[in-house]
Ligand binder design. Sequence first.
Ligand code: SF4
Length: 318
Amino acid sequence: MHQNNVVAEVKNLKVYYDMGDRTIRAVDGIDFTIREGDCFAIVGESGSGKSTLGLSLIRLCPGKVSGEIIVDGVDLMKLSDEEIRKFRCSKISIIFQEPSSALNPVMKIGEQLMEVFTVHGYSKSEAYERSVKLLKTVGIPEAEKRMQSYPHQLSGGMKQRVIIAMAIALNPRLVIADEPTSALDVTIQAQILNLLKNLTKSYGLSTILITHDMGVAAEICNRIGIMYAGKMVEVGELESIFSNPMHPYTRALMTCIPRGLKGLLKPLPGHVPDLSNPPEGCRFHPRCPYAKDVCKKEEPKPLHLDDRLVLCHRVGEI
Ligand code: SF4
């Protein structure tokens, strides 16, 4: 790995929710690195903690967060509320699943987009010019006219394009996209994915794509992290993981993908454990066909094999 092109480093990240009588350990000691130009997919079933992870990376998570989140050399955990507000958009931004709830319904698209610039010191005329240019970049026709539209006058796909425009407006180092196409119909999904793919290349963006859909990950990502019950159980290059999945959970996910790389994760037998009371040892052991006694007692330690990280006692044996 080239350390000099590292954009983000996440070290021992934990997110706990205190529920009074119990603590939900939604993210429980996660490490990964994002390099320049990476599109890193975080894939897992519902309840794996992946959306909590995404929110915590931009310090928008209501839970108790600990660990290090270093973006562009700055540990976000050490920033004040004021500093993190400035850091958002300029260095790190997020695209949410539901574009309607991310836009202000009573403000025109143009005003919302221009605000991203004016808050960061641009004049109104510069903000206007840049906003129009951005709308064109993300494929919105009649950009000047659309600046005057309210969110409800745009289709779901167009709204998501506006959100993407806002996310890339200030050329951030890292963009987090949390299920960016789940709320859209299939044709529009493909267009938005294509847009993200092209922007990642042309803007040299580094992206984290959170998804439950292996097909989406395969479509635009070059690296992948598989998340299970608050842990990252396997991390590596996408092609390498698809051709040789080492963790039994990754293997199980692969067998649930119909027609090669495409398709949604079908439910696996069993379910993701209650994160306030996860199983002892390896959290996957109740669902793992390869589980041995040691798996029920001892938590596996991360094993680094070239560019791969695997959390399993039985790597090499299976
Ligand atoms: Fe399965 Fe054991 Fe590996 Fe966990 S540590 S994934 S239970 S083989």
